[in-house]
Design a protein around this ligand. Structure first.
Ligand SMILES: NC(=O)C1=CN([C@@H]2O[C@H](COP(=O)(O)OP(=O)(O)OC[C@H]3O[C@@H](n4cnc5c(N)ncnc54)[C@H](O)[C@@H]3O)[C@@H](O)[C@H]2O)C=CC1
Ligand SMILES: O=C(O)CCC(=O)N[C@@H](CCC(=O)O)C(=O)O
Length: 487
């Protein structure tokens, strides 16, 4: 069994058994064993040894290898998309867009490396003021399951370009995608030890995050895990921690003329990827008016007809299954708990086939739930909150500890200006879906959604540190000496 990539070799894990299953058929797609703390230790030491050579190689040579990886992704697009579809249940069309986004990440990261962390020089008196950036050293990357290729890639590509050695701990729910991706990195010619793959669940993550030999950790995942890591890193100001976490994202509807357009943007916000995007709209804030009723009726009508299916169905579905039976059970239980506390079903989320993680789109009105918990339900469940006045809508939107994405659907520009001023989120959209954030823009949230280390275009910022200097080749006395100093 060769699922770990340690020190340039594919080796078996020596820890707990790990299995990854297709979320619909429940067929095993990957089997292996987790990396133990001892294997993590070997990998960290190997990365430490590899780091100085990788840093000294220079940007141009690192860029050439990263660009070769992009070529290999392109050549293996169909195979990697199939792995994503098979392992996560994501429809093939969407898995292909994920691989395309991974390819696009390379150009964007090269541009951002130069723009955000490039070199600058200016004359300062008889010397040159210089600004350069240096890599941190050895960094860990933890990935989530919802974009098992693209999201870890969003940390790995800029980290490698900047000259770091990387230890990648993928989601235990998508080990096959990680393995195939790292095999392409190996083929691209990365020197041994520069990128290592440590498969495993929480125990492997704990061992890696707590290892004294790492200089930082770049995390994309749930807010709970991110908060846990933040506590674990407390008191270590020498280490860099970048946290991209979840959200409880609000989408307000106010004064819309084109109801179908508003319904389209809402569907794209709430149900794309079966609701498994951190940017998905979780709460839909709708006026208590006849216009609000008409909008909701149309939304329910369209959502009820969304095609849900297997990743490789000949007639492509809009959305696939959620990641696992456990995730589907959890979502259905969460919906039941909300019904028990007064939520009303507008379109109840249902399991479409027994024994599978295929869920239909759900829309429930939670306006009368008194102590609505501020929880991210990571699936196709949209909660509706009705409001009387726009101020109330903004207050509802901001009533969350998270702050990832927020949006307004409205024809009224003044309302948007007010919303933009008062909303608290790292992504604020007007008449556009909340999902599908651009890799060419910074990506991150405030509050419980992140720790002010935005990713995507700004990922370069956390992959290196600035070094400012004053330099001159000539060691000479200044033209005039300071007052009180004679030589
Ligand atoms: N803001 C963002 O950019 C994004 C955030 N997410 C969030 O990710 C979540 C879904 O992904 P999941 O895979 O469920 O996240 P998760 O937090 O369960 O897992 C993420 C990674 O952390 C590891 N891990 C879990 N517990 C750990 C611990 N105690 N110590 C060390 N490592 C640990 C996991 O094995 C995995 O590799 C959602 O909450 C979603 O909102 C997902 C995509 C993007
Ligand atoms: O990371 C990037 O390059 C851009 C941000 C991005 O891809 N966002 C996607 C994924 C959201 C998620 O991670 O769940 C989006 O906004 O749809």
């Amino acid at each position: 069994m060769t699922q770990q990539f340690i020190d340039g070799h594919w080796v078996g894990g020596e820890g707990q058994a790990l299995t990854s299953k297709n979320p619909v058929s429940q067929a095993t797609v990957w089997q292996g064993q987790a990396a133990t703390a001892e294997q993590v230790d070997v990998a960290v030491k190997s990365a430490r040894a590899a780091f100085p050579r990788w840093r000294q190689l220079g940007f141009a040579q690192r860029e050439a290898i990263v660009r070769r990886f992009a070529e290999l992704l392109n050549e293996n697009k169909a195979a990697l998309a199939d792995a994503i579809g098979l392992e996560t249940g994501k429809p093939r069309w969407e898995a292909l867009t994920e691989v395309q986004t991974m390819i696009g990440k390379v150009d964007i990261s090269v541009k951002s490396y130069h723009e955000r962390t490039g070199e600058k020089e200016s004359t300062m008196g008889d010397a040159q003021a210089v600004l350069r950036h240096r890599p941190h050293g050895v960094v860990a990357v933890f990935g989530p399951y919802n974009f098992p290729g693209h999201l870890p890639n969003g940390h790995i590509v800029p980290a490698l370009l900047a000259g770091n050695a990387v230890l990648f701990k993928p989601s235990e729910l998508a080990p096959m995608v990680a393995q195939q991706t790292v095999a392409l990195w190996e083929k691209a010619g990365l020197p041994a030890g520069v990128l290592q793959l440590l498969q495993g669940a929480k125990d492997t993550g704990v061992a890696l995050a707590g290892h004294a030999g790492i200089d930082g950790l770049f995390f994309t995942g749930s807010s709970n895990t991110g908060h846990y890591l933040h506590k674990q890193f407390a008191g270590q100001p020498d280490k860099i921690l970048a946290l991209e976490m979840g959200g409880n994202n609000p989408l307000i509807v106010a004064q819309v003329g084109n109801i179908d357009a508003a319904v389209f943007q809402t569907i794209q916000s709430a149900f794309i990827s079966a609701g498994q995007r951190c940017t998905c709209a979780r709460r839909l804030i709708v006026p208590r008016t006849a216009e609000g009723d008409a909008f909701l009726a149309r939304l329910v009508d369209v959502a009820a007809r969304l095609k849900v299916g297997r990743w490789d169905d000949a007639e492509a579905p809009f959305m696939g299954a959620v990641i696992s039976l456990a995730a589907a059970d959890h979502l259905l239980q969460a919906q039941e708990a909300l019904f028990a506390r007064g939520a009303k079903a507008l379109l109840p989320m249902r399991r479409l086939e027994a024994g599978t993680a295929l869920l239909s789109a759900g829309i429930i009105d939670v306006s009368e739930v008194s102590d609505l918990s501020d929880e991210e339900h990571f699936g196709p469940l949209l909660k509706v909150q009705r409001y009387q006045h726009f101020e109330e809508a903004i207050a509802l939107a901001n009533a969350t500890r998270y702050g990832l994405a927020a949006g307004l659907l409205s024809d009224n520009k003044a309302l948007y200006e007010q919303f933009w001023q008062e909303s608290r989120a790292g992504i604020v959209n007007w008449n556009k879906q909340l999902t599908g954030a651009s890799s060419a823009a910074p990506f991150g949230g405030v509050g419980a959604s992140g720790n002010h280390r935005a990713s995507a275009y700004y990922a370069a910022d956390y992959c290196s540190y600035p070094v400012a200097g004053l330099e001159t080749p000539e060691l000479a006395l200044p033209a005039s000496l300071p007052v009180g100093l004679s030589m």
